[in-house]
Design a protein around this ligand. Structure first.
Ligand SMILES: Nc1nc2c(c(=O)[nH]1)N[C@H]1C(S)=C(S)[C@@H](COP(=O)(O)OP(=O)(O)OC[C@H]3O[C@@H](n4cnc5c(=O)[nH]c(N)nc54)[C@H](O)[C@@H]3O)O[C@H]1N2
Ligand SMILES: Nc1nc2c(c(=O)[nH]1)N[C@H]1C(S)=C(S)[C@@H](COP(=O)(O)OP(=O)(O)OC[C@H]3O[C@@H](n4cnc5c(=O)[nH]c(N)nc54)[C@H](O)[C@@H]3O)O[C@H]1N2
Ligand code: SF4
Ligand SMILES: [Mo]
Length: 883
């Protein structure tokens, strides 16, 4: 309960793998008030900007509320019968391997369990893979090579107890913000806690770092091989722990052959890092996509694990490798067998005893004896016509798979495509023959596992809208209709959870780590009230740590150090494609933005796709700040706004992954990424394409705001929500003959009263439409990137705005600038002004004076950066700053 007296419902955040607990209270108007749950072990009450703004993303506008077959709404029976029929017919004609499911680390465990059971146990194919292939597969493979099982040994508390936290290929400040805040708080309380960031880019995370190692992209193995050598040279290997480890000598020999100079880091910097690591007992190494998403991702993982095994720093308080997972249930999906090469509960598909035990448990007719197709191969098989029926659940592969244009075309040409989503407006959903409406976060019940093995409940606080059903129910309905009524006769997620927990007991019997059978007897009421718990939840290790005791899950019971060597990218830069194309995330958007882009607050932080380019490269290519750049690879091309900054190294560029056919069709970065994968894990190299850059010869640039949705058609456009409606950035290589007519079409305002200002000297046009004294929409066009105060102009639609076409705030009303603090809507100019005129000298002082950074704290690294910039101006230029 909170002060209002209404009951709050405990749940878990919809987004990242930190798995923060939330307290939800229906606001009476169909929405939810959301706050951090002080009792949840992951966040202890904290939330980041995305978690704090969950309430803003829930409206029913744009929700898919009924099944659709070929675009036409139908009832559930018609849609489900068709899905079951087409899958049955395809299997009868072409065999079980002619169908596939592509699912997601954002599904709840119960949903995932049913999908996996249906495909592997009843359809009899292992062609179920998940977007976790693009995310965690290299870690899974690395863990299995070293430990004999996919176990994350560490916990979040270890981060606070450590004396050194090494973040490798992780932008924790933006991607796991609450964990980052926990590290920052621990560092503040205990300044001898040191933080090292290993990332080719200078990210927001670096603001908390004592040492940043801007290594050359792709050279992590060389860095950690150098570290292993140094561990041996300095006599820091743990002799006693070596009794539990095999492969030390061979691994060391291979490591000492490698050359850390490949990292491009100077010897003194390398030595500084090596000394820090060697001399600090309590080290946690956090790693994420800069490690996994690589053609040598598995080797990168093992190069890190090797160093922890050699020093025995694993599974003890304050020490260990800690892979941070991306999606809210990436871990649950790995546990439940969502990957094409796993069975369930960490059992192995190739092991005959495991297979028969699972088959017996499921009373299933069949179980495949070989792994199914991994994501990249799976979509290639779709493209080649080998997969003839595909079901995509809770993921958007037409945007996020490498070679995205090919994947999109493959899905388009597949004879039968089913998509389960919460909206019809995604690049993938638009290609479906059958679209199934799923209940969304806040409307459904189940469990998720976070990065430190803590299993928490997600709970419903809102009713299911329209005809939407939970994913487990949709899958069970299809299973029953395909002919297996008793196997899929589930009445509730609690029932599924009990079955899953019981199956994990069988896995425990085989000596597997994943065992939660202590919960197999939960009543519905106990499942309803289930508090967060960490697995294993049975056996000797119940609730505890892994590996500090030296017992591993390999055949010998000893951990394996794996000899690895630095390998160059499969795709080499060449005169035609001289730049390395790094991709990743921004603070306030989630993947393909189907939820976060609905929030005006979250959309304000970075409202447009961009590419970070080093000033020297931009100068050489005559790329001007805030102009548009054509980025092309041998797979495809994209148009992105130039953000010129020395945060990236010369020769390397970075672009966010979030924009789609719905939000900026020319800026889908995965269209450029080749389908190159790690040979062991099958994970794509999402961060290593090679590209060329060239200025886009725009005839005109445009910026528009409107109360209602717009219909841009230009070569380039990017749309974002604002508090008063929408804004769009545009550009084109040919200009329309009549700008007023074009504006009327864009805004769908054939008759509204127009105010038009031409400036023939500058070649600019400004057009506003008013009705009853209020601004409906405005368009600004210019031959150069449009210079207006966006943060001011975007607030005007719906208001009286007689001076809108000046594009500036009245003199008595300062321009706050682009939003930095999403919670309190505080802009960059307000903060810089505060620093200058009020003498604000610290992040806390900014908070006290301006509120910025005092709610979720996600912007605190940026506040620190602004403080630093105020002291020493940097050459960085953003579209907005260019005004
Ligand atoms: N705001 C936000 N948070 C998210 C998500 C989101 O969409 N938005 N998604 C969630 C998901 S699913 C995931 S998987 C996580 C991802 O979390 P992160 O892995 O932290 O995020 P990324 O931005 O993909 O990549 C991390 C960093 O890897 C660096 N990198 C690139 N190449 C190399 C290299 O060769 N070596 C090293 N050492 N570093 C390299 C990049 O410069 C980048 O800064 O985030 C989760 N959290
Ligand atoms: N270039 C590049 N590409 C990348 C990455 C990168 O760093 N760089 N990162 C990769 C990684 S780590 C990941 S995890 C992927 C993520 O990529 P995706 O999983 O493809 O992206 P999302 O936007 O999370 O897609 C989730 C979909 O599920 C829908 N949805 C939301 N709630 C529900 C629900 O309750 N039920 C159902 N059925 N559907 C729902 C959403 O509307 C959305 O369409 O992208 C990968 N692609
Ligand atoms: S860190 Fe943010 S996005 Fe991740 S679970 Fe916590 S509140 Fe949600
Ligand atoms: Mo991910």
């Amino acid at each position: 309960m909170d002060g209002s007296g209404l009951p709050e419902i405990r749940s878990t955040c919809a987004y990242c793998g930190v798995g923060c607990g939330v307290l939800l209270r229906p606001d009476g108007a169909g929405g939810l008030d959301v706050r951090g749950d002080p009792a949840h072990p992951a966040n202890k009450g904290r939330l980041c900007s995305k978690g704090s703004q969950l309430g803003e993303t829930l409206g029913l506008a744009g929700r898919l509320l009924a099944p659709r077959v070929n675009g036409i709404e139908t009832g559930w029976d018609a849609a489900l019968d068709l899905v079951a029929l087409r899958f049955r017919e395809t299997i009868a004609e072409h065999g079980p391997d002619s169908v596939a499911f592509y699912v997601s680390g954002q599904m709840l465990t119960e949903d995932y369990y049913v999908a996996n059971k249906l495909m592997k146990g009843f359809i009899g194919s292992a062609n179920i893979d998940t977007n976790s292939r693009l995310c965690m597969a290299s870690t899974v493979a690395g863990h299995k090579r070293a430990f004999g099982t996919d176990t994350v040994p560490g916990t979040y508390e270890d981060l606070e107890e450590a004396d050194l936290v090494v973040l490798v290929g992780s932008n924790l400040a933006w991607c796991h913000p609450v964990l980052f805040q926990r590290v920052v708080a621990a560092k503040k309380a205990r300044p001898n806690l040191k933080v090292v960031v290993v990332d080719p880019r200078r990210t927001a995370t670096c603001d908390a770092a004592d040492l940043h190692l801007p290594l050359k992209a792709g050279t992590d193995v060389a860095l950690f091989n150098g570290l292993l050598t140094e561990i041996a040279v300095q006599g820091a290997a743990d002799e006693a722990f070596m009794a539990h480890v095999e492969g030390f000598d061979a691994t060391l020999e291979s490591a000492s052959d490698d050359d850390p100079a490949r990292t491009g880091l100077d010897a003194a910097t390398l030595q500084q890092f090596y000394d820090l690591f060697v001399r600090t007992e309590k080290v946690v190494t956090v790693f994420s996509q800069g490690v996994n998403q690589s053609s040598s991702g598995t080797d990168k993982v093992n190069s890190i694990l090797n160093c922890h095994l050699a020093t025995g720093r694993i599974g003890k308080p304050g020490m260990g490798p800690l892979s941070v997972t991306g999606q809210p249930n990436a871990m649950g999906g790995r546990e439940v067998g969502g990957l094409a090469n796993m069975l369930a509960c960490h059992l192995d598909i190739e092991n005959i005893s495991h297979r028969s035990a699972v088959r017996e448990f499921w009373s299933s007719p069949t179980i495949p004896d070989k792994p199914g197709l991994k994501a990249v191969d799976l979509f290639q098989a779709v493209g080649e016509g080998r997969i003839k029926a595909l079901w995509v659940i809770h993921t958007n592969p037409a945007v996020t798979m490498p070679d995205a244009d090919c994947v999109r075309d493959a899905i388009k040409d597949c004879p039968f495509v089913v998509v389960s989503d919460i909206t019809a407006a995604t690049d993938t959903a638009r290609l479906a023959h059958v679209l199934l409406p799923a209940t969304a976060w806040g409307e459904k019940e189940g469990t998720v596992t976070n990065s430190d093995r803590t299993i928490s409940r997600q709970r419903a606080a809102l009713p299911a809208p329209g005809a939407a059903k939970p994913d487990w129910e949709i899958l069970s309905e299809v299973g029953r209709r395909m002919g297996w009524p008793s196997a899929f006769d589930y009445a509730s997620p609690a029932e599924i959870f009990r079955e899953y927990a019981a199956l994990s007991g069988i896995a425990g019997g085989f000596g597997k780590d994943f065992d939660i059978s202590g919960h197999a007897g939960l009543t519905d009421g106990e499942y309803g009230a289930l508090a967060p718990f960490r697995w294993p939840y049975a056996g000797a290790r119940k609730g505890g740590r892994f590996f500090g005791d030296g017992a591993f899950y390999t055949e010998s019971g000893r951990a394996r150090m794996v000899p690895v060597k630095w390998k160059d990218f499969a795709n080499k830069t060449a005169p035609r494609f001289p730049f390395r194309f790094n991709t990743g995330r921004i603070r306030d958007q989630w993947h393909t933005m189907t939820r976060t882009a609905r929030s005006p607050r979250l959309s304000a932080h970075l409202a447009e796709p961009f590419v970070e380019i080093h000033p020297a490269d931009a100068a050489e290519l005559a790329i001007a700040p805030a102009s548009l750049v054509r980025v092309s690879s041998n797979r495809g091309s994209a148009l992105l706004r130039a953000l010129i900054t020395d945060k990236v190294q010369p020769g390397e560029v970075f672009a966010p992954m979030h924009w789609t056919g719905e939000t900026a069709p020319a800026a889908r970065v995965d269209a450029l990424v080749p389908p190159v994968t790690d040979p062991i894990s099958g994970q794509p190299e999402s961060k290593g394409a090679v590209v060329a850059l060239a200025p886009f010869e725009a005839k005109w640039y445009g910026f528009a705001v409107s109360c209602t949705e717009m219909a841009p058609e230009s070569d380039y456009w990017a749309v974002a929500r604002t508090h008063s409606g929408w804004q769009v950035e545009m550009a084109g290589s040919t200009a329309p003959a009549d700008w007023e007519a074009e504006a009327r079409r864009l805004f769908d305002l054939p008759r509204a009263e127009a105010q038009v200002v031409h400036d023939p000297r500058r070649g600019s046009v400004r057009i506003a439409f008013h009705a009853e004294g209020r601004l409906l929409a405005a368009l600004f066009v210019s031959p150069e990137p449009v210079v207006v105060m966006r943060s001011h102009v975007a607030t005007l639609p719906g208001d009286e705005a007689p001076h809108v076409l000046t594009g500036r705030a009245p003199a008595d009303q300062p321009d706050p600038g682009p939003v930095v603090c999403a919670c309190f809507n505080v802009g960059v100019n307000t903060i810089l002004d505060g620093i200058e005129t009020q003498g604000l000298m610290s992040v806390d002082a900014i908070g006290a004076a301006l509120q910025a950074g005092t709610n979720c704290g996600s912007c605190r690294p940026e506040l620190a950066a602004l403080l630093a910039r105020a002291k020493a101006p940097s050459p960085e230029v953003s579209p907005e700053a260019a005004e």
